[in-house]
Design a protein around this ligand. Structure first.
Ligand code: NAD
Ligand code: MG
Length: 379
């Protein structure tokens, strides 16, 4: 049996993780759950999975939660509560399913406590990839990818040495506006941006898919997870999201991982690696699908992806700033305060103003993140 805790249990990845747990009750024990502000759902989860510890974002929500938790479940709140769920239980695996670089401190705390990380919260690797990967190496814990593209690459590399890899290619659906020209992006609404063609996900990542920032974050995530130079990480548009990503080896053999788009597959693989169990997802029927399509990535159409590569190559605090500026811009867009195309503008102008610091420590990362947020807000 594996003991797990989930940071962000009430979100899209969090609820799908609990779905996987429910399908294999003999495999998993839930030690801790941390949620943001969805009190009702967290109550239901706590009553069903009876974790030792639960945390919610504020003290007042914790007071409302307390009367409903089963005997033996301790209630925590705020940033300290999050760290308690990350590092203060008997869990062997922590699923990081928070959204944004706010997940960095709890992820580092979990690693320091020797927990393996099932990593969904890609912003932590984008913001401070060198610190997270160095800590994981030092503490000898695994960073197991949950992101579907990275799970695919991880599966393709099973038993292969990265020295034999020529390049990896991440597939991108293209998001909700993939068939629009740049001119046709003027005046698009939040509701339209939230209509992802293939995946049902949290709001922030759905907007990131429409701007192609998500693929940019994933390129940087892949750089840190697989230790590959940016020149060996490519992106291709694949509207069906059936091939989740692929690896090309030195002999030009390509190994790809396929499946219907369902996050429960990569979530489960991260938690059962190196074993494979049955899964509630629908099996893939290629004859039914008939055709798969691919097109070259257009960096003029999706300038955010170019900015992500440039930030990644610049290294240091550049990716921290790229990520934080985007978080602010997406938040403003979701609130209806800025137009869709202003997201890329805010990121570009924040990056322009930034003096990149090489090899930053945690304090410098935190400062760069705060600076980028303030700068993006002012813009
Ligand atoms: P989401 O918005 O659906 O869920 C985020 C969760 O974090 C919620 O449960 C929220 O309550 C919780 N949360 C937010 N602030 C908190 C705080 N301060 N303390 C405790 N909990 C807090 O987001 P999501 O779509 O599940 O994405 C989570 C992460 O996984 C993101 O980094 C995203 O990029 C990544 N990811 C998601 C998908 C997907 O299919 N949804 C796929 C690949 C990667
Ligand atoms: Mg992905």
């Amino acid at each position: 049996m594996k003991r797990i805790s989930i940071l962000g249990s009430t979100g899209s990845i969090g609820t799908q993780t609990l779905d996987v747990v429910e399908h294999h009750p003999e495999q998993f024990i839930v030690e801790g759950l941390a949620g943001g502000s969805n009190l009702q759902l967290l109550i239901e989860q706590v009553q069903k999975f009876k974790p030792r510890k639960v945390s919610i974002s504020t003290q007042s929500l914790a007071e409302q939660l307390a009367p409903y938790v089963p005997e033996g479940t301790k209630v925590y709140y705020g940033d300290e509560g999050l760290v308690e769920i990350a590092a203060g239980t008997d869990a062997d695996y922590i699923v990081t399913a928070l959204v944004g670089s706010q997940g960095l401190h709890s992820t580092l705390a979990a690693i320091e406590a020797g927990k393996h990380i099932a990593l969904a919260n890609k912003e932590t690797l984008v913001s401070a990839g060198h610190l997270v990967t160095a800590a994981a190496k030092r503490r000898n814990v695994m960073l197991l990818p949950v992101d579907s593209e990275h799970s695919a690459i991880f599966q393709c590399l099973n038993g292969e040495g990265t020295g034999d890899v020529r390049k990896i290619t991440l597939t991108a659906s293209g998001g909700s506006f993939r068939d629009r020209t740049r001119e046709q992006l003027h005046g698009v609404t939040v509701e339209q941006a939230l209509q992802h063609p293939n995946w049902s996900m949290g709001a922030k990542i759905t907007i990131d898919s429409a701007t192609m920032v998500n693929k940019g974050l994933e390129v940087i995530e892949a750089h840190w997870l697989f230790g590959l130079d940016y020149s060996r990480i490519e992106v291709i548009i694949h509207p069906e999201s059936i091939i989740h990503s692929f690896v090309e080896f030195n002999d030009h053999s390509i190994i790809a991982q396929l499946g219907n788009p369902d996050m429960r597959v990569p979530i489960q693989y991260a938690l059962t690696y190196p074993h494979r169990l049955s899964n509630p997802s629908r099996p893939l029927n290629l004859a039914e699908i008939g055709k798969l399509h691919f097109r070259e990535m257009d960096f003029d159409r999706f300038p955010c992806l170019r900015m992500a590569y440039d930030s990644g190559k610049a290294g240091g605090t550049a990716t921290t700033v790229f990520n934080a500026a985007n978080e602010v811009a997406v938040d403003r867009f979701l609130k209806g305060e800025i137009a869709f195309l202003q997201i890329e503008d805010i990121i570009a102008r924040t990056l322009d103003k930034h003096e990149t610091a090489a090899d930053p420590d945690l304090e410098q990362i935190t400062a760069a993140d705060a600076w980028a947020r303030q700068t993006a807000r002012n813009i």
